[in-house]
Design a protein around this ligand. Structure first.
Ligand SMILES: C[S@@+](CC[C@H](N)C(=O)[O-])C[C@H]1O[C@@H](n2cnc3c(N)ncnc32)[C@H](O)[C@@H]1O
Length: 254
């Protein structure tokens, strides 16, 4: 057996919570590839998008750039010292501003990686002395150390944080069973069509009426646009820093 296959087998064997993910990966290997929707979905998002400033105004917030804060930059430095560069992160400034100004009492995020989005949300909660964040991400396959996930968040900010180191299919039902509902939900984990199709309805159901459901990278496929149509709410869509990646929000009617 070659060493990377051996590593992979050993990773899954030691983590029963990941056996379902392993099974899904094996089944997907033998299935027909899922059609690539990204090009067409990006065009649709582009047509529906408003400028980011307009999205902020619609949500009633002004942008505060948390990435310039000392604690955020320190976290970046600590990661850089370990040779970690941040890729695929959500819009931390957007998340900080929403949490700092709308002051959601309960927030749920899926997809933590090193923890930069969690850090932004927790910095806002620390500033307002309110709120609790529940985050979900699964153990990293490339890492033998399960403290890898969320490592950017310093000890001093963890009292308002519950981190569930589980795949979405276990973590989302667990988080929902723990907390009655969430005023703000941010989806940034499994970007496959089936992953979104599993998660969005559960997360929407768990969003407080009057709360906000946010999703990152909504132009990977049509699931977000289809979902907004299904729940009958016109989504707010904006381009992140470049035109190739869109985020979206659906406000849950009261
Ligand atoms: C783009 S990163 C999250 C970035 C983070 N929100 C930030 O802005 O710093 C996506 C994360 O989703 C996680 N992920 C992907 N599929 C998942 C699944 N099925 N269950 C749980 N987490 C998953 C990955 O492990 C990865 O850490």
């Amino acid at each position: 057996m070659d060493s990377s296959l051996l590593q992979s087998v050993s990773f899954y064997a030691k983590r029963p919570v990941m056996w379902g993910e392993f099974g899904r990966a094996v089944v997907n290997k033998f299935r027909d590839p899922v059609p690539d929707e990204r090009g067409a979905a990006t065009t649709s998002c582009h047509q529906a998008a408003v400028p980011k400033q307009e999205a902020l105004e619609e949500l009633g917030i002004r942008l505060v750039d948390v990435t310039e804060f000392e604690q955020y930059q320190d976290a970046r430095k600590r990661l850089a010292e370990k040779g970690i560069t941040i890729a695929g992160a959500a819009d931390s400034a957007f998340l900080y501003s929403i949490c700092q100004q709308l002051k959601p009492e309960s927030v749920l995020e899926t997809g933590v990686a090193h923890g930069m989005s969690s850090l932004a949300i927790l910095l806002a909660m620390n500033a307002t002395a309110s709120g609790h964040l529940t985050s979900i991400d699964m153990p990293y396959r490339g890492s033998t150390d399960d403290s890898y996930v969320g490592q950017a968040v310093p000890e001093s900010l963890r009292s308002r944080w519950s981190l569930l180191k589980l795949p979405d299919r276990r973590g989302i039902p667990r988080a929902i069973a723990r907390g009655a509902s969430f005023d703000l939900v941010h989806y940034d984990s499994d970007k496959t069509r089936s992953g979104r199709e599993f998660a969005y309805p559960l997360l929407w159901e768990a969003t407080t009426p009057g709360g906000l459901f946010l999703s990152d990278d909504i132009n990977d496929d049509f699931v977000f646009l289809e979902f907004a149509e299904k729940v009958g709410v016109s989504p707010l869509i904006w381009a992140k820093s470049d035109d190739n990646s869109y985020a979206g929000a659906i406000a849950k009617p009261v």
